[in-house]
Design a protein around this ligand. Structure first.
Ligand code: AHR
Length: 515
């Protein structure tokens, strides 16, 4: 048994947690839209073709905001193709995923789906093959009440009221050579500034995110953020971050350490954004939109997992099957986000259904939860309120994390990885939630918490996710193989909480004030 402690005080907060921290992402990619959220003819489909079994799972998962329509896809997308009478919409080749896009689902259907799922829509504009003009036209089509050609077109299409989309992404991963019409930081900074300016002239209420680097391992990381923000600082509220954690090296301790590199990435982007502000003597603080994050590696490098030859419609690609091990790393990433609630004001799990996703479906068949479903659902349910500063004492180990996507294969040293990774949230209802990851693979962790300023607390809910086989997965035949168990190894008396976390486990304990 190893021992660790946490000290937290209700008055010492990192920051308020923005509900947008619990976002997710739907891209026209593989079976995310077609056969995922949208499948006319499916036994559970409603009159719009939305799968109700998927909608039910989405509501249980609890995302708050949904990014759409890409991703790489958006950099070649003509939004006009996806509106108007379905039978008149063109079929196109999609060069992001080498598929055929039927355009039977588009912006208006997405807005309807968001209303049904009770999530806020977030739209990305194409700053690859299109530009500022198409971006401002889409804002006018969506958000202008009426009386202009584009807003009246929306009304003719059947959506009388404006969609009121508030959050917009200025393109996607524009630094990446895989992107259609990728750009240098100067090229992107200029077009993003001009697009942002016109989009905000049409609707001053919108919030905008400029593209940051598509990963911390990009050779231009750092310089890119600096130059892009030099151009766009006055027009945007957010800069984006993307990270996909991996275990290519088959090194579980290093994989479990990888969320700590997300912490470093966030701190670095904050430093760059604040340096741009400092050069202007500006009090403005750019927020971070971590609008793609997840574990993803098995279906990433091998072309056969990414591309099905023959330009199929909605092929099964990037259908990563998540293990127990992945769920632990994913839980660590949730903790990283909660612990940066002061600056990460929006985050999107990439993606929602079938494509590197917490929810899987069989076309024509059932839907089920992957292992990573649970930490996300718990974070969204119990992570509301203020993230607290913690003083954590824990034994640690060292690791070296392999990240293959830079100019050459990279190993990042992580010299000190505490076995305990944790976040403490002061909930809006006056209670408190502890999110805890025990990264020791064989030893239980005895955790002693002192929480000041909460008065008497009682245990309201406690769950742990762990399985003796870290490679275990959920599938159609065994959809509940991995799911949280009730956690009993916890006691609370006054301001002291004690618990024993199983080896290689993710645990969530919610404490409430007595009624
Ligand atoms: O989420 C899958 C892909 O990963 C997205 O399309 C792209 O933005 C990123 O590279």
């Amino acid at each position: 048994m190893i021992k660790a402690s946490i000290l937290a005080d209700r008055d010492f907060a990192i920051g308020d947690i923005d509900p947008r921290l619990f976002g997710a992402f739907i891209e026209h990619l593989g079976r995310c839209v077609y056969g995922g959220i949208f499948e006319p003819g499916h036994p559970t489909a409603d009159e719009n073709g939305f799968r109700k079994d998927v909608l039910d799972l989405v509501k249980e998962l609890g995302p708050t905001i949904m990014r759409y329509p890409g991703g790489n896809f958006v950099s070649g997308y003509n939004w006009e193709d996806g509106v108007g009478p379905v039978e008149e919409r063109p079929t196109r080749l999609d060069l992001a995923w080498f598929t055929t896009e039927p355009n039977t689902f588009g912006t208006n259907e997405f807005i309807d789906w968001c209303r049904a799922a009770e999530v806020e829509p977030m739209l990305a504009v194409n700053l690859g093959t299109r530009g500022a003009d198409a971006a401002r036209s889409l804002v006018e089509y969506c958000n202008h009440p009426g009386g202009t050609a584009l807003s009246d077109l929306r009304r003719e299409h059947g959506w009388e009221k404006p969609h009121g989309v508030k959050f917009w992404c200025l393109g996607n991963e524009m630094d990446g050579p895989w992107q259609m019409e990728s750009k240098t930081a100067t090229e992107y900074g200029r077009v993003a500034y001009e697009a942002a300016k016109m989009m905000r002239w049409i609707d001053p209420k919108i919030e905008l995110a400029a593209c940051g680097s598509s990963g911390r391992n990009m050779p231009t990381f750092g310089k890119w953020e600096d130059e892009v923000l030099e151009h766009t600082f006055d027009q945007v509220g957010f800069i984006s971050l993307h990270t996909y954690l991996n275990n290519y090296a088959k090194d579980t301790p290093a994989f479990l350490a990888s969320p700590d590199l997300m912490d470093a990435f966030i701190d670095e982007v904050v430093a760059i954004a604040d340096a741009v502000a400092a050069k202007r003597r500006s009090p403005k603080r750019i927020a971070l939109s971590f609008d793609e994050w997840n574990v993803w590696y098995r279906t990433r490098r091998n072309r056969q997992e990414r591309v099905k030859e023959g330009w199929p419609v909605a092929p099964p690609i990037l259908e990563e099957i998540y293990t127990m091990e992945d769920a632990l790393v994913f839980g660590g990433a949730c903790i990283s986000l909660l612990n940066h609630a002061d600056r990460v004001k929006c985050a999107c799990l990439a993606q929602l259904v079938n494509v590197i996703a917490p929810i899987m479906t069989e076309t024509g068949g059932p839907a089920w939860r992957q292992t990573i479903f649970y930490p996300f659902a718990q974070m969204s349910r119990y992570g509301r309120g203020r993230s607290l500063r913690t003083s954590i004492k824990s034994p640690s180990y060292s690791a070296s994390y392999f990240d293959p996507r830079g100019p050459q294969d990279l190993y990042y040293p992580v010299p000190s990885v505490p076995y305990l990774k944790a976040s403490v949230v002061a909930n809006d209802d006056g209670g408190l939630t502890v999110f805890a990851l025990n990264r020791h693979l064989t030893e239980p962790l005895s955790l002693d918490l002192e929480v000041r300023g909460f008065g008497d607390l009682g245990l309201a809910a406690a769950e742990t996710l762990h399985h003796r086989d870290l490679s275990a997965v959920n599938d159609k035949e065994n959809p509940d193989r991995i799911k949280p168990d009730r956690f009993d190894d916890v006691t609370v008396s006054s301001s002291r909480i004690e618990m024993t976390l199983p080896p290689a486990s993710w645990t969530v304990c919610h404490f409430a004030r007595p009624k």
